[in-house]
Design a protein around this ligand. Structure first.
Ligand SMILES: CC(C)=CCC/C(C)=C/CC/C(C)=C/CC/C(C)=C/COP(=O)(O)OP(=O)(O)O
Ligand SMILES: O=P(O)(O)OC[C@@H](O)CO
Ligand SMILES: [Mg+2]
Length: 241
C-alpha cells in the first residue's frame, strides 16, 4: 500500500488557536511549496477553531489533514484529505497510547477508516505542552529512540514514526538513529525548525520535516525557506542512493 506522505518532504502544522502573522493569508501559506497542512495543537483547541482553518484552506491545492489532540475536537468534514491520529509510544499513561482511541471508537459510529491513519509519536522535549499533557518519558537515548521506532514499525505496523521536539530544536543524532532503524515507515521530525539550515539538517535524516510555530511567529517567507531546506536535503538523499 502506498501513502501520500511517502512523497512529502515538508508539512506545515497550523495551530487553530494561533493567528497568522498580520497581513498574511492561508493562500500565502499554501503557496510556500509545503507538501501538506496538518491542523492541530495541544491547548485550547475547539471544533469551531478547527472548522475555521479547514474552511479557509480547503480551496487550495495542498492536502489537509486534521491531527486531533483528543477525540472531542475531531471534525467531520469532506474537505479533509484525512486524519492523522497520534499515539504516544513513550507516554506513561496508556490513555495516550490506546485509551483515547478506544473511547473515540466506542463513541463514534461509522469512522472513515480509509481516511484514518496513525502517527507513532516519540515525544522528546520535556518542556513542551505535549510532553506534559501526555506525561511522556522524554529521557530517551538515541538507542532507545531507535528501538521505539523499530517497535512501532515492526511490531505495531505503524506507517509513520514522528520524532517530536515541539518548541525546541532536537538532537539530529536521535533523528538519524530513528531513520536507520526503519525500513519502510516514513519518519516525521518536528520541533524548532526555523530556517533553511535547520530544515536541511533534520531533512538529512527525517523523511518529512514539520514546521509549526514559525508560521505563526515569523510568517510565510520564513516557512518558504524551510521548504527549500527540506527539499534540498531530500534531493541530496536521493542522489546519494
Ligand atoms: C484518539 C484521538 C482522536 C485523539 C487522541 C490523540 C492523542 C493520543 C494525542 C496526544 C497529544 C498529541 C501527540 C497531539 C498532537 C499535536 C501536537 C503535538 C501539538 C503540538 O503541541 P505543543 O506545541 O506542545 O502545544 P501548543 O502549541 O498547543 O502549546
Ligand atoms: O512548533 P514547532 O517547534 O515547529 O514544532 C512542530 C511540531 O512538531 C509540533 O507538533
Ligand atoms: Mg506548539
Amino acid at each position: 500500500m502506498s501513502y501520500p506522505w511517502e512523497d512529502w518532504d515538508h508539512i506545515t502544522k497550523i495551530d487553530p488557536d494561533k493567528d497568522l502573522v498580520d497581513g498574511e493569508t492561508f493562500e500565502d501559506v499554501c503557496e510556500t511549496g509545503t507538501d501538506a497542512l496538518e491542523i492541530g495543537g495541544t491547548l485550547d483547541i475547539t471544533e469551531e477553531k478547527m472548522e475555521r482553518v479547514v474552511e479557509a484552506t480547503a480551496k487550495y491545492d495542498v492536502p489537509i489533514y486534521q491531527e486531533p489532540s483528543n477525540p472531542a475536537v475531531v471534525i467531520d468534514d469532506d474537505a479533509l484529505d484525512g486524519y492523522l491520529i497520534p499515539t504516544v509510544f513513550n507516554s506513561s499513561d496508556s490513555f495516550w497510547i490506546t485509551g483515547a482511541h478506544k473511547e473515540w471508537v466506542r463513541i463514534e459510529d461509522g469512522l472513515d477508516w480509509d481516511r484514518t491513519h496513525t502517527e507513532a509519536y516519540i515525544v522528546l522535549n520535556p518542556d513542551s505542552s505535549v510532553a506534559e499533557y501526555t506525561e511522556a518519558d522524554t529521557d530517551q537515548s538515541a538507542d532507545d529512540v531507535a528501538s521505539f521506532a523499530r517497535v512501532a514499525e515492526k511490531m505495531f505496523g505503524q506507517d509513520i514514526v514522528y520524532i517530536e521536539y515541539s518548541g525546541t530544536y532536537g538532537d539530529p543524532e536521535k533523528v538519524c538513529a530513528a531513520h536507520d532503524a526503519l525500513d519502510d515507515a516514513t519518519l516525521f521530525y518536528g520541533g524548532g525548525i526555523h530556517d533553511y539550515e535547520s530544515a536541511h539538517e533534520m531533512g538529512t535524516c527525517a523523511d518529512v520535516v514539520v514546521v509549526g510555530d514559525l508560521l505563526h511567529d515569523k510568517g510565510v517567507d520564513a516557512v518558504r525557506e524551510t521548504v527549500e531546506g527540506a527539499k534540498d536535503a531530500s534531493a541530496e538523499r536521493i542522489d546519494a542512493q
